[in-house]
Write a protein that binds this ligand. Structure first.
Ligand SMILES: Cc1ncc(COP(=O)(O)O)c(C=O)c1O
Length: 397
C-alpha cells in the first residue's frame, strides 16, 4: 500500500489536522478491526486451559510477541508487553538489583519517564550523572565517552527527543557501553514509530517504546531485552498467575521468557492490535514513512524559518531529526498559539513543557514550546496551512 492511499483508514473527523502524534498517534481501521475480531470471535484468556477459544487466543497472543520482536529486529531477545514506555523503563529501574556506588548515566533531554525512575535510585545510593547537549539538542559522543566510566552500571538515553526531534548517536553510545561493561537502555518512544529500528543491530540491552504512538491502541507498550541472560537479572514488578514454573506453600520458581514479566491476565486485544499496527507500518514500509515525514519536516522548517518573531528549536536541516518541530512566537504564550491554531484552522498541536521540565529550564524556554509532531497521515497541504496560520498569528506580535 502507498502512504497516500492510507488516509481513508484514519477515521477522525476529516476537517481536523492532527499534529500531536508524538503524544499519541491516530489508529487505522485495520487495527481497530483486529481488536474487534478478538472480542467478537475468539475472546478467551491466554496461556490457560485447553478449549478451542483459549487455544486460538493464546496462539494469536504469542504471534503478537513474535511480530513485534521481528518489527524491531529483536528476534533473539525477549519481548515483554507493558502498558507503555513509562512502565517498561520502570520495570528495568526497579527490577535490577542496585548497590550503593553504582552509576547511571542519562541526559537532560529525557522525557520525565526516562528520568524519574533513575533519579529515584539516588535513595539506594546510586550516583546519577546527567549529561547535557549543545544548543541544537545534539550530543557530542565525547560527552558520553567521558561520562561512561568502568563503574557505570547503566546508561539510559532516548533515541529521539520528544521536544527537539533530534536523533541521538545510539550506535556509538552502545559501543562505549560495551567497552565499559554498562547496560544500555534506549527509550525508543519517538524512534520506533518513525524509522526502521533494529534493536539487535543498535547494540542496546533494553529497548522501551509505546504502542499508542505507532498506530496501536492505548495501554500498550514494549520492554525488549537483548537475550536470555539479561531477563533473569530483572526482578518482575508483578508476580502471580502466569509467571511461575512451580509453586509450593513454601515458595515458587519464576518462569522464563516474556511470561515471567506479564503477571495476571494481559491486555490481549491490545497486544493483537499492536501487532496489527506493526504489520500496517511494515506494509507501508518504514523507509517510505521516514521519507514522507522528512518531506513534510523539510517544508515546515523552511516555512517557519522565514517568519519574523518565530524561533524554531533543534537542528534546522532534516539530517538526524524527525518531524517533531518545537517553536515559539515572541511574546505569545505557547498555549495561546496552540489554542489559536485549533480555533482558526483545526490544527491540533501540543504546547507546554512536553514532560521535559529540566530540558526546558536548560534551554531557557520559560513557558515551554509549541510542538507540531507529524506522522504518515499528514500532508504537504496541512503543512502549508500550518505555516500560513503561524504567519498570521506572528503578525499579531
Ligand atoms: C521520548 C519519550 N519517552 C517516554 C514517553 C512516555 O511514553 P508513555 O506515556 O507512552 O509511557 C514519551 C511520551 O511522550 C516520550 O516521548
Amino acid at each position: 500500500m502507498k502512504i497516500e492511499d492510507c488516509m481513508a483508514d484514519f477515521q477522525i473527523p476529516q476537517h481536523l489536522h492532527y499534529m500531536d502524534s508524538a503524544a499519541t498517534s491516530l489508529i487505522p481501521e485495520p487495527v481497530i478491526a483486529s481488536m474487534n475480531e478478538y472480542d467478537r470471535q475468539y475472546r478467551a484468556n491466554v496461556g490457560r486451559g485447553m478449549h478451542r477459544l483459549t487455544r486460538v487466543a493464546t496462539q494469536r497472543y504469542q504471534d503478537a510477541h513474535d511480530s513485534i520482536s521481528s518489527f524491531i529486529g529483536g528476534n533473539k531477545g525477549t519481548t515483554v508487553f507493558t502498558k507503555n514506555t513509562t512502565e517498561a523503563i520502570n520495570m528495568v529501574a526497579a527490577g535490577l538489583e542496585w548497590q550503593p556506588g553504582d552509576r547511571v548515566v542519562t541526559t537532560i533531554a529525557e522525557h520525565h519517564s526516562n528520568l524519574l525512575p533513575w533519579l529515584r535510585l539516588r535513595q539506594k545510593g546510586v550516583e546519577i550523572v546527567i549529561v547535557r547537549p549543545g544548543p541544537d539538542g545534539i550530543f557530542d559522543i565525547d560527552i558520553f565517552d567521558e561520562a561512561i566510566t568502568a563503574d557505570t552500571r547503566l546508561v539510559a538515553v532516548s533515541h529521539v527527543s520528544n521536544v527537539l526531534g533530534t536523533v541521538q548517536p545510539v550506535h556509538e553510545i552502545a559501543a562505549t557501553c560495551k567497552e565499559q561493561g554498562a547496560y544500555f537502555l534506549v527509550d525508543g518512544a519517538q524512534s520506533v514509530p518513525h524509522f526502521p529500528v533494529s534493536a539487535q543491530h543498535m547494540g542496546c540491552d533494553f529497548l522501551c517504546f509505546s504502542g499508542h504512538k505507532m498506530l496501536g491502541p492505548t495501554g500498550t507498550g514494549v520492554l525488549w531485552m537483548r537475550n536470555a541472560a539479561i531477563s533473569p537479572l530483572i526482578s518482575p514488578l508483578i508476580i502471580g498467575g502466569g509467571t511461575v514454573d512451580d509453586v509450593t506453600t513454601e515458595g515458587y520458581t519464576l518462569t522464563g521468557g516474556y511470561q515471567r514479566f506479564e503477571g495476571g491476565t494481559p491486555n490481549i486485544s491490545g497486544a493483537i492490535g499492536l501487532a496489527q499496527a506493526a504489520k500496517y507500518l511494515e506494509s507501508l514500509g518504514m523507509d517510505a514513512i521516514c521519507r514522507h515525514e522528512q518531506k513534510l519536516t523539510k517544508r515546515l522548517l523552511s516555512g517557519l524559518a522565514n517568519i519574523d518573531h518565530v524561533t524554531v528549536y533543534g537542528p534546522h536541516n532534516i539530517k538526524n531529526r524527525i518531524g517533531v518541530v518545537s517553536f515559539i512566537i515572541d511574546r505569545i504564550h505557547p498555549h495561546e498559539i496552540a489554542y489559536l491554531l485549533d480555533e482558526r484552522v483545526s490544527i491540533l498541536v501540543r504546547s507546554g513543557d512536553h514532560c521535559c521540565i529540566p530540558l526546558m529550564r536548560y534551554l531557557g524556554f520559560e513557558n515551554g514550546t509549541v510542538r507540531a509532531s507529524l506522522y504518515l497521515y499528514n500532508t504537504l497541504e496541512e503543512i502549508d496551512l500550518l505555516i500560513e496560520t503561524i504567519e498570521e498569528i506572528a503578525r499579531m506580535v
